[in-house]
Design a protein around this ligand. Structure first.
Ligand SMILES: *Cc1c(COP(=O)(O)O)cnc(C)c1O
Length: 385
């Protein structure tokens, strides 16, 4: 049998290894010149005025909400079809995450279902660009504008992505990226916030390092100074230069990584096109999809097995798959604390039964992609009604 194809493996080359070794030899391990370089190059790539490197996308979301002034008792609109980090950060403020259903095609937040949950306490919307397909940002920004809400993009999946020609990173008020091990570019753990607002950028930078006064991060460098002041009780969210060196190296090849993802997605599209049991992920004409995930939806009426058995069949053929996501409103915390029932967000609830994420990453070969296609076709045909 063919070797096991994991659901994901990072693309780490000699460039990344050399870059990390250089930092280790330099004598400066934590936030310093490499983190600054990573920020500047990332900002240039998305066209944002400011970029602040942090140690996760979760930290980025937390800092962005803090910068725009989220307070206890506020409400923040979050899609249910996401990872818990998107909503968890809202609870850090003793604020309430208000979950919204997705559309059946992109699985992004449904703009038609946002306004009905807005109350006088609503402060912000966190659209998640699911799988790397940008949300309908014109609709979301219009709603936010009319109700005076802040828009904080969760772009954990969405580098590099475009909406109406604009890079994700310059659309909402703040945009939060993830460089977690499985994301499109990685620093092991890491994140970035981009914004065009200088006040938020300064606040985010200060709060990312204990609320210390400006440039405290270089207090042990030759040009630094021992003196600092604490301006606010902040957090410990800064990115190390070890991680930032990885980020700079990954950014250098990000265009090639993205093109490979897009190419593999096109191969999947071509190879699965004629199967009526499988709905392939949609990609609107006005977006550039980042292709973080390739999520197919099974037509369960046409199959004799469910989603879990489908994944087991692929595992039996040595292919690793995953599910993105278990909608938040189905988890015990969100059910018990906020009173959600499965049928409250029916589109996500139903989609959850049918979604399978196929392996999609540049370290796979074209042959790997063809093997996944061939196994998916075999399993589908074996279990079709
Ligand atoms: C991975 C992920 C996050 C969290 O990113 P970290 O860098 O691990 O904190 C947030 N939102 C979504 C949608 C994610 O997939």
């Amino acid at each position: 049998m063919a070797e096991f194809l994991p659901f994901h493996a990072p693309e780490i080359g000699e460039e990344e290894i050399d870059a990390v070794v250089d930092v280790l030899r330099s004598g400066w391990l934590t936030t310093g010149a490499k983190a600054r370089q990573f920020e500047q190059e990332f900002a240039a790539m998305v066209g944002a005025r400011h970029a602040i490197a942090v140690n996760s996308c979760t930290a980025a979301l937390h800092l962005a909400l803090e910068a725009v002034g989220l307070r206890e008792g506020d409400e923040v609109i979050v899609p249910t079809m996401t990872f818990t980090a998107t909503a968890e950060v809202v609870t850090y403020f003793k604020a309430k995450p208000v979950l919204v259903d997705c559309t059946g095609d992109t699985l992004n937040i449904d703009p038609d279902k946002i306004e009905q949950v807005i109350t006088p306490r609503t402060k912000a919307i966190i659209p998640v660009h699911f799988a790397g397909h940008p949300c309908e940002m014109d609709r979301i920004l219009d709603i936010a504008g009319r109700h005076h809400l802040r828009v904080i993009d969760d772009a954990a999946h969405a580098f590099p992505a475009r909406y109406q020609g604009k890079m994700v990173g310059v659309i909402g008020d703040c945009t939060c990226f993830s460089f977690y091990a499985t994301k499109n570019i990685t620093t092991g753990e890491g994140g970035m916030i981009t914004t065009d607002n200088p006040d938020w950028a300064a606040r985010i930078r200060m709060m990312s390092l204990h609320g210390l006064s400006r440039d405290a991060w270089k207090r042990y460098a030759a040009q630094g100074c021992w003196f600092y002041e604490v301006l606010s009780p902040g957090f410990k969210y800064n990115l190390t230069d070890i991680a930032a060196a990885l980020g700079v190296a990954q950014l250098n090849k990000s265009d090639r990584l993205w093109k490979t993802r897009a190419h593999y997605a096109a191969l999947y599209d071509e190879g699965l096109r004629d199967l009526p049991e499988i709905t392939r992920p949609s990609s609107a004409a006005h977006v550039q999809h980042a292709w973080h995930l390739y999520v197919i939806q099974l037509d369960l009426e046409r199959l004799r097995i469910g989603r879990n058995e489908f994944i087991e069949q692929l595992a039996a053929e040595n292919i690793g798959c995953s599910v993105h996501f278990i909608p938040l409103h189905l988890h015990p915390y969100y059910r018990n604390t906020w009173g959600y029932r499965p049928e409250d967000l029916p589109v996500a609830n139903e989609a959850f039964q049918r979604i399978v994420s196929l392996p999609l990453y540049p370290k796979m070969t074209e042959r790997d992609v063809q093997r996944v296609i061939s196994v998916v076709r075999d399993v589908t045909k074996r279990y079709r009604r």
